[in-house]
Design a protein around this ligand. Structure first.
Ligand SMILES: N[C@@H](Cc1c[nH]cn1)C(=O)NCC(=O)O
Length: 431
């Protein structure tokens, strides 16, 4: 292979990124593919709303728990090997979900979907940081998140069509087979770095793992990234994966069609804000936390207006809500840039895993808290939740925002003390 082909940011870099992006797109597709199959799932497995929600909670839990182990595996075996394993696992898990006929079998399949999904995004970030010049990494990282999220949109419309035309087993088996194509692409095209097809790190001993994780956790840059990810994305994830639809229909009195459109607008916000934030972070890396604090404050202000509005909030305000909440997804991605500039290469993936678990752990806490508060504020164990019950339940977010913002302010001060501003702005700070 010539030097020109293997240079950072060249044609091969784009090909590696393209195949990795395909794998992430399919992972997001599988992650979201249950959203439109909820009614079919309740019939097929003879389950109620709580058991259906358990699928989502299980996926979030496994995804969050897997982040650190996956990061360590990437540092040890390289992103290509881990991504290939994740893609094959996702394919097998979706095939298992297609064939499952009982609720426990489906739950186990969903658990493995969460596991395969967890192995995709941080591998791709590791490839991006090796294949692209430092200055372009924030933008490419944001484009990765933005384009990958399209998988959620495709999971809505074509999946509804596939379920209608092919039935449960046919639709899930067909979409699972996409993974086989991607596995071939990963084997043939992806290399861990421009220099090496396979880049491995030192063997994983308990002492080495403990030392590496403690070093990452001790660095205030990683802690800042963790809290940035924690604080920015839980609102969007909770609305998109579970509570958005009931909140808009039962809490805000919208029709199901309008609620569906508003939920899609959350993804639209990520499309335009992701590249813009990537560009801003590339040009002003010193102000990464300021950008995130501003976005989180905007989310808090708009949610407060919606929750404080007498009666139901006007449609225009709910549209604004989808936009600020949607920008939270790309804002969380800024946290990964802290991992890039706060760790040596051999610790980068595990540090990214630590950061990536934050937003998903916060989302899981919120998903459960909203469910518990709704049940508490609704008499007689009914699921006819009132607007008042939703006001209480959605207010649980203030606890997470307060904690997250306080930690961002705290670690931003500490991180700024140890980060070399000139090196960061010149693009030379790594680790
Ligand atoms: N914040 C998200 C990704 C994102 C980008 N734009 C909107 N959302 C994130 O952390 N992603 C990890 C993943 O596995 O999707």
């Amino acid at each position: 292979m010539t030097g020109r082909e293997t240079e950072q940011g060249g044609r091969l870099a784009c090909a590696v990124w393209g195949v990795g992006l395909g794998a992430y797109f399919v992972a997001v597709f599988h992650r979201s593919s249950l959203a439109v199959a909820g009614l079919l799932a309740t019939d097929r497995f003879d389950i109620g709303a709580a058991q259906l929600a358990t699928f989502t909670m299980m996926q979030l839990l496994v995804y969050a728990l897997m982040q650190v182990p996956v990061g360590l595996l990437i540092d040890r075996f390289g992103p290509r090997a881990v991504m290939l394993t994740g893609t094959l696992l996702l394919t097998a898990a979706q095939a298992g979900f297609a064939l499952a006929e009982t609720y426990p079998a489906a739950l186990v399949a969903r658990l493995f979907v969460g596991m395969g999904d967890a192995m995709t995004f941080i591998c791709l970030l590791r490839l991006v940081s090796r294949w692209f010049p430092a200055r372009r990494v924030p933008l490419i990282t944001q484009l990765t998140g933005t384009l990958g999220q399209l998988g959620a949109v495709v999971a809505a419309v074509p999946m509804t069509f596939a379920l209608r035309e092919l039935g449960w087993t046919g639709a899930y088996l067909t979409t699972a087979s996409l993974g086989l194509l991607l596995a071939v692409g990963l084997v043939v095209v992806v290399r861990d770095s421009p220099e090496e097809r396979r880049l491995t790190g030192p063997q994983l001993s308990l002492t080495a793992v403990r030392r590496s994780l403690s070093a990452s956790w001790a660095h205030p840059g990683n802690r800042l990234g963790f809290w940035m990810h924690f604080t920015s994305q839980f609102s969007a994830t909770t609305l998109s994966l579970l509570w958005g639809y009931p909140f808009l229909v039962q809490g805000e009195g919208l029709s199901s069609g309008t609620a569906g459109v508003l939920l899609s607008l959350i993804v639209v916000a990520a499309w335009y804000s992701g590249p813009l934030l990537g560009y801003l972070v590339g040009r002003h890396p010193w102000h990464r936390s300021t950008i995130v604090i501003t976005i989180v404050c905007a989310i808090v202000v708009v949610w407060t207006a919606v929750l404080a509005w007498p009666g139901t909030a006007p449609l225009w305000l709910l549209v604004v809500l989808t936009q600020v909440v949607g920008i939270g997804g790309p804002a969380a991605v800024i946290g990964f840039d802290l991992a890039r500039t706060s760790n040596p290469a051999e610790r980068m993936a595990s540090a990214t895993g630590i950061i990536n678990q934050a937003g998903f752990a916060a989302s899981l806490v919120l998903v459960v808290a909203v469910g518990l508060i709704l049940d508490w504020r609704t008499p007689g164990g009914s699921s006819d939740y009132t607007p008042e019950a939703f006001r209480w339940a959605m207010s649980a977010q203030y606890v997470l925002w307060a904690l997250g913002l306080a930690q961002i302010v705290r670690y931003r001060r500490r991180a700024r003390r140890v980060i070399d501003r000139a090196g960061l702005e010149a693009g030379t700070t790594v680790g």
